[in-house]
Design a binder for this molecule. Structure first.
Ligand code: MN
Length: 369
């Protein structure tokens, strides 16, 4: 017979690994783990009703997400687009990049015929809804049009969202904007179909790191269950989102890993691992800048370092810094010292200094929190 556990003692998953910190010990805004995971508990009927009324009376609706869209931003906007179109509403989906390029990793998203360039959005939209846009400046070319809209609805889950619209549906406890779109569709009476579900699944999977991050709750899995029930091909979505890269990317990654430095004394002894990607590497291997956004997720695996920094060179020689932390340091503060910002566990900045000087400044600002 297997060894007995003392009553009430949780099973030990792995022997010889330090205990995990409390899931809520960091500074990240997240729901209380003990509440059963109400994913959108912050919003009430009176928040939704004026938005439903505005959609019901609009002759056309513009659905827009942030520039350089990720799976949550574009998936949310397209899911809403499919749903509103099914109600007979004229919809346009857009984002304010020129040229407007859907990332290759999101090429599978359905209903991209709804996409129009920013120039095709009216100068003064009747009803414009933003998805996953934490700051009005993240609308790029669409900022002025959004600000001129008669009705501007903001649907978002960023804690940093200061609220820039006439109607705010912002829930920092939601793990993805797509979760709020699911609620919107439920209130509109639009059933989930496989196209909508593909968009929403992409959004939720993207922002939860495939259901790994701490904001994932029982309600998140309940939503995933309803999405899978439509027949969505989560296996193919996951392969495209997580497990597909060009060979050129692998070569850029290899060079970045070869260049990585472990600095165990940084962050008051908690450790920093850092590397950088010269623009010439991207050119040499035919890799686009957006393809290396996930490179930091490999570098940050280093168990010896609490903090991770990846510097990505732009054609003009400036450096885009991305940083990550595991809960014991606040990288938003360190990035803030270099003129950037973000979350305690994920933040960034832009530097016009050389690599060594930029790393030195970041290191100096990094403190155990
Ligand atoms: Mn999001």
């Amino acid at each position: 017979m297997a060894a007995q556990q003392a009553a009430g003692t949780p099973a030990t998953l792995v022997v010889g690994v330090p205990a995990l910190p409390s899931p809520r010990s960091g500074k990240a805004v997240a729901p209380d783990l003990t509440d059963g995971g109400t994913a959108h508990g912050g919003l009430v009927d009176s928040d939704w009703e004026p938005v439903l009324a505005a959609i019901g009376s609009a002759s056309s609706v513009d659905l827009v997400c942030h520039v350089l869209p990720d799976g949550d931003a574009l998936g949310s906007a397209l899911a809403a687009g499919i749903a509103l179109r099914s109600l007979g509403i004229e919809v346009r989906v857009s984002f304010g990049d020129d040229p407007q390029i859907v990332p290759a990793s999101l090429g599978f998203l359905p209903a991209q015929d709804l996409l129009v360039p920013a120039s095709a959005v009216p100068d003064r939209p009747e009803l414009l809804i933003t998805f996953d846009v934490a700051d009005v400046r993240r609308l790029g070319l669409l900022q002025a049009k959004a600000e001129a809209a008669e009705t501007l609805v903001v649907i978002d889950h960023h804690a940093s969202n200061g609220g820039f619209g006439t109607h705010l549906l912002i829930d920092p406890a939601a793990p993805a904007t797509a979760v709020l779109v699911d609620e919107l569709l439920r209130r509109l009476g639009v059933p989930l179909d496989v196209s909508i579900a593909t968009c929403l699944y992409t959004g939720v999977a993207t922002d939860t790191g495939s259901f790994r991050y701490s904001a994932t709750t029982p309600a998140t899995h309940e939503l995933a269950s309803r999405l899978l029930a439509t027949g969505v091909r989560h296996d193919l979505i996951s392969r495209r989102l997580w497990d597909t890269q060009s060979f050129g990317y692998l070569k850029v990654l290899a060079a970045a890993l070869d260049r990585a430095v472990l600095d165990p004394e940084a962050a008051d002894g908690l450790g920093l691992v850092w590397t950088w990607v010269p623009w010439a590497d991207l050119v040499a291997h035919g890799v686009l800048p957006e393809e290396i956004e996930g490179l930091i997720d490999v570098v940050r695996k280093a168990s010896e370092a609490e903090a991770t920094l990846v510097l990505k060179e732009d054609p003009d020689g400036s450096l885009r810094g991305s940083s990550r932390a595991k809960g014991a340091v606040d990288v938003a503060a360190a990035c803030g010292a270099l003129g950037g910002g973000g979350h305690a566990y994920a933040a960034g900045f832009t530097s016009h200094d050389p690599v060594a000087e930029t790393v030195a400044r970041f290191r100096a600002a990094l403190r155990a929190g």
